[in-house]
Design a protein around this ligand. Structure first.
Ligand code: HEC
Length: 207
């Protein structure tokens, strides 16, 4: 049995060797370097294929990872703007990241660019969101506008209108002051969240 098997192996080996020799000869004589070429092409094809597959999978991430969702939660706070001009300036320069009325441009639907957009939008809303009235602080708004911190520089690259001129900046600051400055009747800040914080003093709201 063993002898029979090894004999068979030997013959397979022989056949294989002669085949490769023949192949090598063919290669040398006619089309040299055909095999390496084909291998390179195959590798490149696998590489491109992998990239395409990964890219396609990336497009679905935003449906499963809230951090990257291109969402617009419900608007629960309406702002009584002092003028249509202020509202327009706000919409141009700030609303996409500080409200729930974000206008997502086409490229935000393409990952990974969209991940960046979603991340900035969510982080911006966490800091200030006029659509639910959270953290509307006039002094902070004025400060970041006057110091040129906001809108974020990366935003103005794709939204050149949002790169405010000096006079637009002044107008927005004045408008925000007129809108949010005196009273807070036009907003409904979320304050009563520390329900389980018994013993804390509650006199901060006394005006
Ligand atoms: C591209 C998105 C984007 C735009 C547009 C944008 N912001 Fe922001 N904003 C953010 C992000 C992200 C943060 C939090 C990180 C930071 O402070 O840099 C933030 C933070 C803030 C804060 C809090 C700052 C602090 O120190 O906590 C204020 C106030 C603010 N933005 C106001 C504005 C105003 C006013 C405009 C329009 C002139 C504006 N933002 C435009 C994304 C944006």
């Amino acid at each position: 049995m063993d002898a029979c098997l090894s004999a068979r192996w030997a013959s397979i080996r022989l056949y294989h060797d002669s085949f490769s020799i023949q192949k090598r000869q063919n290669m040398n004589s006619t089309t040299s370097q055909q095999t390496p070429n084909r291998n390179t092409r195959k590798l490149a094809l696998y590489g491109v294929g992998t990239i395409i597959v990964v890219f396609v999978i990336m497009q679905f991430v935003r449906f499963f990872v809230p951090e990257f969702a291109l969402d617009n939660p419900p608007v629960t706070n309406t702002v009584a703007w002092d003028s249509p001009e202020t509202e327009a300036l706000w919409k141009t320069a700030c609303a996409d990241c500080h409200s729930n009325e974000t206008v997502y441009p086409w490229y935000s639907y393409v990952a990974p660019v969209g991940w960046l957009v979603a991340h900035d939008t969510h982080e911006g809303r966490d800091k200030l969101n006029i659509s639910n009235g959270s953290r509307i602080e006039l002094d902070e708004m004025i400060e970041v506008i006057e110091e040129g911190e906001m809108p974020l520089p990366i935003y103005t690259v794709m939204h050149p209108d949002a790169a405010l001129t000096d006079s637009q900046r002044t107008a927005l600051v004045e408008g925000l002051r007129a809108t949010f400055g005196t009273t807070s009747t036009h907003t409904t800040p979320v304050t009563s969240t520390n329900n389980d914080d018994d013993g804390g003093d509650h006199d901060e709201d006394d005006d």
